[in-house]
Design a protein. Structure first.
Length: 419
């Protein structure tokens, strides 16, 4: 049996910033900047933020010394982790890992920052902790092959993210390897996250990621004080991998750990919506610019997606063609493509156009479907192909294999700061 828990614990307890490659250091700073921007805008723009803050205060989290970005008031450590983690994910604008199919930054970075404020950690220790958290989060999801975890209805950003948050917080707190293993075990007892939000646009998608950050912080603090966790929390018979998906690959979780960095495969989003739709948005913008397409000229659009993308943004088609709220829109292929075709852009303000008559007329003509040519590029790339039939018989298509923001098509520093 591959001792994933022990190997992760030893790696996360000993990782040092000055021992990391320069490329990893640069990318980590980029990802941190991106996530902080997401937290700030999520705090002020997401409709779920005020109810969450009110509930956090009612639970006693509104009294403390910890920062929530975009807030003047101070919060408890766990309250700060919860709020920053939730805000980071609320706009669906946070970073993604295509093969792992999750968002590693939103649970990991808030847990690291909350722990850092507790102990007055050095910046380099926080950055090293973030790298550790990204590696654990991404690699755990990669050890659940074939989308099995997703198919059972789990939200891997929250489930895998709880372990990454524990690793990051534990590294900041200075846990040794034995304590780190305990923290990972304690995180197991709390990790949760469901895709049920897809059925009605529920805000739980955002909350459960913030809860993963809180989970990780509390697990690390419990371990620091000597609280014991199960020793085979990840790979054991009743551990995470076997309990949360059939046929896991534990060895994949630790393959080339410390030599190959999954953090470097993390993408930054240019659009605030589910990543599976971004290649289609890129294709729509390209076709609009190339052919001068007008919304009323478009008769039929086929949006080719990988199977897992269809689950999130394409099925059931009639529902995705008729989004009713922001979360619906974030997971609607027809909505994001219609915006790009009609108005030549897609941003957070596009959600204010949910009832726009131009979009309402166009969305029923956009049909997501699973495409074998696109599937061949998954999971390495979240590709898409757009085929448009316009009035007068004009037919055009565009296939985007590497959407903007992926490591092979990464944002420039200027583009990231503009975001």
């Amino acid at each position: 049996m591959t001792e994933v828990t022990r190997i992760f614990a030893e790696y996360c307890a000993t990782i040092r910033w000055d021992g990391l490659p320069g490329t990893v250091q640069t990318r980590t700073r980029f990802l941190l900047l991106d996530l902080l921007g997401n937290i700030l805008r999520g705090r002020h723009d997401a409709e779920s933020s005020l109810p969450l803050m009110a509930a956090a205060r009612a639970m006693g989290h509104g009294a403390g010394h910890h920062a929530v970005f975009g807030e003047h008031s101070r919060w408890s450590p766990s309250g700060a982790a919860l709020l920053n983690g939730t805000f980071a994910h609320s706009l669906d604008f946070d970073d993604t890992h295509a093969a792992a199919t999750l968002h590693p930054g939103a649970p990991t970075i808030p847990a690291a920052i909350a722990a850092a404020e507790l102990v007055g950690a050095r910046g380099e220790d926080v950055l090293a902790a973030i790298v550790a958290g990204y590696e654990v989060t991404n690699r755990l999801s990669l050890a659940l092959p074939g989308g099995d975890h997703y198919d059972r209805g789990f939200h891997p950003t929250a489930t895998c993210g709880a372990f990454g948050a524990a690793a990051a917080a534990g590294r900041v707190l200075g846990l040794n390897a034995a304590q780190m293993a305990d923290a990972l075990g304690i995180a197991l007892s709390q990790c949760a996250g469901s895709l049920a939000f897809l059925h009605n646009g529920a805000w739980t998608k955002r909350f459960q990621v913030g809860w993963a950050a809180l989970d990780g912080l509390s697990a690390a603090l419990l371990a620091r004080e000597g609280f014991r966790g199960p020793s085979e929390a990840i790979e054991g018979r009743n551990g995470f991998l076997r309990a949360y998906a059939p046929n896991p690959d534990p060895a994949r979780a630790v393959r080339d750990l410390g030599h190959e960095f999954e953090l470097m495969q993390t993408a930054v989003k240019p659009y605030p919506s589910c990543r599976y739709g971004h290649a289609a948005v890129d294709a729509a913008l390209e076709l609009r610019a190339r052919h001068g397409l007008k919304p009323d000229e478009i008769e039929h659009v086929t949006m080719g997606l990988p199977a897992r993308g269809m689950i999130l943004i394409g099925d059931p088609v009639a529902y995705k063609q008729n989004p009713q709220n922001v979360v619906d829109g974030q997971f609607s292929g027809p909505f994001v493509v219609a915006n790009a075709l009609a108005y030549g852009h897609f941003g957070w303000d596009s959600y204010g156009l949910m009832q726009d008559p131009v979009l309402r007329a166009l969305m029923p003509r956009i049909f997501p479907q699973q495409d074998p040519e696109v599937e061949a590029h998954f999971p390495q790339n979240m590709a898409a192909i757009l085929r448009i039939r316009a009035r007068g018989g004009q037919v055009c298509e565009s296939m985007i294999i590497v959407p903007k923001g992926e490591p092979g098509n990464f944002l420039t520093e200027a583009e990231l700061r503009a975001k």
